[in-house]
Design a binder for this molecule. Structure first.
Ligand code: UD1
Length: 363
């Protein structure tokens, strides 16, 4: 059985690692990792492959940046001949980035089965490019692996046949569980004893200069209460640079952090402020308070079960909740079901039992 994994952007890599490792244990499976090149900076891509012990991708399509249409089209055009030349039996796509939907589209037209890891998540906000990617990928996928119950309900409501949907848990947490014991030694030297950790890169938070400058002013204000560490995504860095605003307060602007460094920082942080999806999940697992600067989340379980609070696009609310946390009044949470480190094993089981029954049927 020949399995392709298609990844392209930073949040894909930690989802790929455990699935790749689990399938490696299964005799007769030949795996090939295709990196689309959507992310290409060393610290947005290569460092993750190194730290997660995956070796370099087998194929890199090198598509790079562009508008959504340009990037998605470039991935499709480059990926199609790879599929035609290698004829995979199954293609696994991860998460909700442009690489995910592009690969799913190519495969469905070539009638190559697609499995979507992290299926069913919905923010119900079609202004987010990721929501469009999720909706389309899930309509095209043959097998849908969900991280939480809400994913199953969303897919069933959209008419996806129940037999295609498998609740397996969260593969991102598989990687976290594996790497947590060794992350502490990657903490950067000279850290303040207490700090808040910030990440921000969504178009809704960084593309509008007026909004972004209010955000940076608010963070500068908050840094009078506690040091703030801010590893900056390239997209955010460029926007902040254009505003000329990266000088004030006790904010440490850092390059994007590697997986292990960022995990160690999250574990130590007093509070995390973010607009990322994956960080809402990781803080929930770690029990660290998280304030999400979005009006909605495709990961509601981090709010209903975990430590996440949506503060919306509301700076006054952000300040209030932030100060509550510093005063020891943080929201308590617990870990969602099946977020325990074995999601990839369950994925491997589903994929290989399907394969075994197909082989038996054709024998
Ligand atoms: C993408 C995903 C988003 C995910 C995020 C994680 C989509 C639609 N969005 O957004 O869901 O949360 O990755 O980081 O797929 N750039 C670099 N170096 C890089 C990569 C990007 O400098 O290695 C810069 C480029 O200027 C590029 C910009 O960042 O134009 C945005 O990159 P892009 O891949 O288009 O989207 P992200 O914002 O990273």
């Amino acid at each position: 059985m020949r399995v392709f994994h298609v990844v392209g952007a930073r949040p894909n890599f930690m989802k790929l690692a455990p699935v790749h490792r689990a399938l490696k244990q299964v005799p007769g499976i030949d795996q090939l990792v295709v990196h689309t090149g959507q992310h290409y900076d060393f610290n947005m891509s290569d460092v993750f492959f190194q730290e997660l012990g995956m070796g370099a991708p087998d194929i890199n399509l090198g598509v790079g940046s562009g508008s959504h249409a340009q990037q998605t089209a470039a991935i499709m055009a480059q990926f199609e001949p790879v599929v035609l030349n290698n004829r995979p039996d199954m293609v696994l796509v991860y998460g909700d980035v442009n690489s995910t939907v592009a690969a799913a589209l190519v495969c469905s037209k070539l009638q190559v089965p697609v499995a979507h890891v992290e299926a069913g998540l919905r923010s119900f906000d079609r202004n987010m490019p990721e929501e469009i990617n999720r909706l389309i990928t899930d309509q095209l996928a043959d097998i849908l692996f969900t991280p939480s119950e809400d994913g199953n309900r969303n897919l069933e409501r959209e008419g996806v046949p129940a037999e295609r949907i498998h609740l397996v848990g969260n593969v991102m947490i598989d990687t976290l569980v594996q790497m947590l014991p060794s992350c502490e030694k990657h903490l950067p030297p000279g850290l303040p004893s207490k700090f808040a950790l910030v990440t921000m890169h969504r178009p809704s938070n960084v593309d509008d200069p007026e909004w972004l400058s209010c955000l940076v002013k608010t963070l500068t204000d908050l840094s009078s209460d506690i040091d703030i560490l801010f590893p900056v995504h390239p997209r955010t860095r460029e926007r902040i640079h254009q505003l000329g605003m990266n000088g004030a307060g006790r904010i440490q602007w850092m390059d994007p952090a590697s997986y292990l460094v960022f995990l160690a920082l999250q574990k130590r942080a007093t509070v995390v402020i973010t607009d990322s999806g994956g960080i809402q999940e990781e803080t929930t697992y770690l029990g660290v308070p998280c304030l999400t600067m979005r009006e909605n989340t495709e990961r509601p379980v981090t709010v209903t079960v975990g430590t996440n609070q949506l503060v919306g696009r509301d700076f006054a609310r952000l300040k209030t909740e932030f100060r509550n946390i510093l005063n020891g009044q943080s929201k308590k949470g617990s870990k969602p079901p099946l977020w325990e480190g074995k999601a990839a094993d369950r994925i491997a089981q589903v994929l290989t039992s399907g394969y075994a029954s197909t082989r038996a049927a054709s024998a």
